[in-house]
Design a protein around this ligand. Structure first.
Ligand code: CA
Length: 231
């Protein structure tokens, strides 16, 4: 039985010393690591190969990490992305999430923290996790298979959308505040960024409730709740 999940990881980092330390530590922890140093190489590698996670430096030669992530998402590559950056301004964090990133680690970081973050992302994106099927009305989510269905039809979600839906389904019937959602889905307790929650609720609604009885409901001034209106 494999206790900590291991994965295929693409590291896009132009600083050789950081790349060496990260690669060594991840391999030591059982991960399979591929390293490239440029944005375009990262994009090409991430588009053509199947990874469980991409660790993406923001400041890169060629195109920057945000752009790499955005272009991967545009190409329907929904592999989880962990950004590394020397800049830690809140605006950059939000920009990272809006570009479709899943987590964000400001430099300098401790290698132990990086290894823990990687394990957490692999776990919560269902890579290597035990199967768990949640159901609300005709909506089902299978965390291990990263599979979401409404009335039997498969729905494609980004990793952040998937995590948000999983959190709401695990708490079905409970009104969740934006602060709660931010803390549980994004791991960050940052201020002034509740618009990110609104944005992602909007994405989810378009994918989950499109042309069907709504399962995601807004409780004005309180937050959001996922429940079967018929029940
Ligand atoms: Ca860099």
């Amino acid at each position: 039985m494999n206790q900590s999940s291991t994965g295929r990881i693409l590291l896009v980092e132009d600083e050789a010393s950081i790349a060496d330390v990260v690669t060594t530590a991840l391999r030591y922890n059982g991960h399979n690591v591929c390293h490239v140093s440029g944005g375009l190489q990262g994009l090409e590698q991430g588009t053509n190969e199947d990874y469980d996670l991409i660790i993406l430096d923001v400041m890169l030669p060629g195109i920057d990490g945000f752009e790499v992530c955005q272009r991967l998402r545009d190409a329907d590559r929904f592999v989880p992305v962990l950004f590394l950056t020397a800049r830690s301004e809140p605006d950059d964090r939000i920009k990272g999430f809006l570009a479709g990133g899943d987590d964000y680690l400001p430099k300098p970081f401790s290698i132990d923290e990086l290894v823990l973050r990687v394990a957490a992302i692999l776990r919560r994106t269902g890579r290597g996790a035990a199967s768990e099927l949640l159901r609300v009305a005709d909506l089902t989510i299978d965390s291990a298979g990263h599979d979401v269905r409404r009335a039997g039809a498969s729905i494609e979600l980004s990793p952040t959308e998937f995590r948000l839906l999983h959190y709401m389904m695990a708490n079905a019937g409970i009104v969740l505040s934006k602060t709660q959602i931010l803390a549980n889905v994004w791991d960050y307790d940052y201020e002034g960024s509740e618009n990110v929650v609104e944005l992602y609720i909007g994405y989810l609604r378009r994918k989950i409730d499109d042309g069907q009885p709504a399962l995601i409901h807004t409780k004005r001034g309180a937050g959001y709740v996922l429940r079967d209106a018929q029940a």
